[in-house]
Design a binder for this molecule. Structure first.
Ligand code: MG
Ligand code: ZN
Length: 172
């Protein structure tokens, strides 16, 4: 079975100080491409699972979201980083779908499609809802932020999260 790292988007890959409604709004954090590439090199499938309720609410279109993600993939590929698939929940916050985090639908669907062993996989996010989605799916969890969330590991950024995963890996 495959091992995977599921990444939240806003606040993990890119700055989330302002809403991202078009490619120009997407400000990638430094070191993100390198972190994803190192995970790829170690054999991890890397996915993005992102709540984009702004689509359902009409702040951006499905096409805008596709343009943003195309831009993101292009920029990351310049650093040799590969994201295998991006899943976005485009439903409104209270629509009752099963994909919006803290629900785990996006993670479990991808796991099924790519034959991923969730217990050997990680969910990385900057909100408690990311951590809850990971726990519900059965992954290990890494919280980016202040240490007040019940995750397996808490750190500042994706680079450090990748370091932790890869170091853990090599001690097996
Ligand atoms: Mg986030
Ligand atoms: Zn949804």
């Amino acid at each position: 079975m495959e091992r995977a790292v599921f990444l939240d988007r806003d606040g993990v890959i890119n700055d989330n100080k302002r809403p991202v409604n078009q490619p120009d709004d997407l400000k990638l954090y430094p070191g993100v491409g390198d972190a994803i590439r190192r995970l790829n090199d170690d054999g991890y499938i890397v996915f993005v699972v992102t709540n984009q309720g702004g689509v359902g609410l009409g702040y951006l279109s499905v096409q805008d979201l596709e343009n943003i993600h195309h831009y993101m993939m292009t920029e990351l590929s310049k650093e040799g980083a590969h994201i295998h698939e991006i899943r976005a929940c485009i439903h409104k916050p209270h629509e009752g779908c099963t994909c919006r985090k803290p629900d785990s639908g996006m993670l479990t669907d991808l796991a099924k499609k790519y034959n991923v062993d969730l217990s050997n996989s990680y969910m990385i996010g900057d909100r408690i809802t990311d951590i809850e989605a990971g726990q519900k799916a059965g992954t290990k969890t890494i919280f980016l932020g202040e240490k007040h969330v019940d995750a397996d590991y808490t750190t500042d950024n994706l680079e450090k999260a990748a370091n932790w995963i890869l170091k853990k890996e090599s001690t097996h």
